[in-house]
Design a protein around this ligand. Sequence first.
Ligand code: ADP
Ligand code: MG
Length: 255
Amino acid sequence: MTQAEITGTVPGARSMISMKRVNKHFGDLHVLRDIDLEIATGQVVVMLGPSGSGKSTLCRTINRLEPVDEGTIAIDGVPVPAEGRALARLRSDVGMVFQSFNLFAHKTVLDNVMLAPVKVRRIDKTKAKERALALLDRVGIREQAEKYPAQLSGGQQQRVAIARSLAMDPKVMLFDEPTSALDPEMVNEVLDVMVNLAKEGMTMIVVTHEMGFARKAADRVIFMADGSILEDTDPETFFTAPSSDRAKDFLAKIL
Ligand code: ADP
Ligand code: MG
């Protein structure tokens, strides 16, 4: 891949996520500084950086869970609406999976996955169930469909959370440290699902410290520090020849 292909600056390439000169403050804290980011359709981007560098905030601005002070954000060519039904519609295009699984505790695994398609998309229940079971199968958890979240391991719950996001047919999936809360032996079962999703062509941003995932699945690594993107390159270059001292320092600590 050429650098232009990696950074999505190939003329005519379709951008799934486009951020232009995005700035955001929390009070006096300048948490996102002139973020310019184009992510091509089907691209898998791993986002790295020290704690507090703005990775979660950047992800949250993409579906406007955090409004920005300046700049523009578009998903699949459509500027993210400020509010209302248009925003809700756009949000359903952007699946999000966090560290905490946030499943509905009083609903079965199957109902967790069916809920949004039935309530928000008004999909027929029989169809929604069929599709939910297929998604649970895809994340390797179909046998647990009638159980409640508390009866599942953390890794299983996170796979349900991924299936639940996929049930809305998102164009983009954002993963914010999806394996950080898991016991080590459960990390791979979740990463495997994500690797498969990447292979199937999903556009993904993944905040993770799992370097194995970055090496296996990422087309591109973005390194953030103090609200700025300091490096934006392919994984091989990032891991073997990072250009900034901040990234060298970061890698020395985690590898
Ligand atoms: P990261 O995900 O890279 O660890 P975050 O995006 O969570 O970083 O946070 C970036 C900075 O913004 C941190 O200094 C954090 O304390 C601050 N921050 C995050 N969310 C809020 C908020 N809702 N209000 C005030 N400060 C916040
Ligand atoms: Mg974070």
